[in-house]
Design a protein around this ligand. Sequence first.
Ligand SMILES: *[C@@H]1O[C@H](CO)[C@@H](O)[C@H](O)[C@H]1NC(C)=O
Ligand SMILES: *[C@@H]1O[C@H](CO)[C@@H](O)[C@H](O)[C@H]1NC(C)=O
Length: 455
Amino acid sequence: MRIMNMETRSTLINTGDRKQQRERRSIWSPLVTSVALMLLILIRSLPQNFDFASIAELFLVVRNTVVSASQAKAIPAVVSRPFETVWEEPKSSAELFDRDTRIIWAYWDKGLQGMPELCQHSVLSWQVRNPDWKVIILDDHNYQQYVSVSDLPTTYFSLKVQHRSDLLRLAVLIRYGGLYLDASTLVFKGFDQIWDTVEEDKLMLTSLNKLPGSGLDLFNNGLLMTKGTNNKVLKIWQQRILEYSEAPGLTLAAMKEHPRFARVANDWDDPSLGILADMVPYHSNLWMLDDLIWNNDEGVAEHVLHLPKLRWGFWFLAFPHLITESKRRQQLLLGATGTTSNNETNMFIPPVEDPDMISWKPLGLMSAITTILPLVFQDDRDMSMRLVENTMALKFTSHDLGIIEFGMKKFGLKHTLGHLYDLAVNTTSYPIQQATLDGAEAPVLVAKQAIEVPQ
Ligand SMILES: *[C@@H]1O[C@H](CO)[C@@H](O)[C@H](O)[C@H]1NC(C)=O
Ligand SMILES: *[C@@H]1O[C@H](CO)[C@@H](O)[C@H](O)[C@H]1NC(C)=O
């Protein structure tokens, strides 16, 4: 069997991207300007152990994070069909695994050894917290053992690595079930209790944020759990991605015309979508999932369990726990009455629904960054522990790795992210506890339009 080599693929991906890049730069320049403003705020808000050189370095790291996130969102400008490779059909779940095998799946094109160290550390946290689970890292050499040619579109090799990864995770979860995690996700809990109690047909997933206006959740696929095989939601979603990927819209305009997005295309013009509007082509597969669930096509909603994003989601959404906690502590310090202090049974910190913190407009984003960064670099292990106790899994993105590396270089483990990375793998300082589905809900659906009665 022959697989196209990486270089050829990246050539395909990059061809004709320049015009799009110019357009993106113009969209992003207000944000970059805002980030410059942020430099000023940083100087005032960061802990005292930051000298000017560190602040300048951190500023560059944050700026690069924002810019690299923007540039990674390009979709292929050329779709080729070099898919002549065929391989043997993968073995069935019963042939490959014992009946009670529990699997955590991930994908990294170059495998575990090719991952950045921080991702390897995340994978270690999965194993430490779930010693009885089998961790399988799919890569560009082994995926054919688990994935059939029929699980992939003929355009597979010209897709961005993230979109290939979308397809692989669907294929293995449908065939074998289990938990799929993005490689940059830290895990703080065991998943056995959930596996022992959850219904086989449920798809558990979390969300990025809410769609401004309608309040619908923007679902994410960085964490997907389903105990059973052939999950109904995943199968319909896979079918739609496969069809769409044969002739994907290559620009936002083409996507707006595409019938697959007829019900969601209007949402992309909502100005409060902020930077997410710029990422629509990159998030095409997720918009198909949103569309499917919001409209409850074929009754999928009853098979979906929406996990609370503050306990299962992105780190910048979970960090409001820290803000709530830091306010609570300040109040305790200021006016301690003695009756509410040391109330360690009160482990649940209510989610912060601060519109500034969850907005995707550049100003909201800046406000979130400047609120979160000072929390990132403080050395308060108790507070980090509270975050860990409230969190099941914490997702970083590959663009965040620069910020994490900066913190590790400057403070070692003596700052919030250092504590989190340490606690995730250290069962002495944080013993194994089981994740719960507390706060999980049925998905919010599109309000059905009243049927117009003809005159
Ligand atoms: C501690 O918190 C719990 C949950 O909020 C509450 O029910 C309880 O009364 C609190 N205990 C004290 C001593 O304040
Ligand atoms: C785990 O944490 C304890 C303190 O809680 C520390 O003594 C120990 O060295 C840590 N283990 C590792 C492997 O880092």
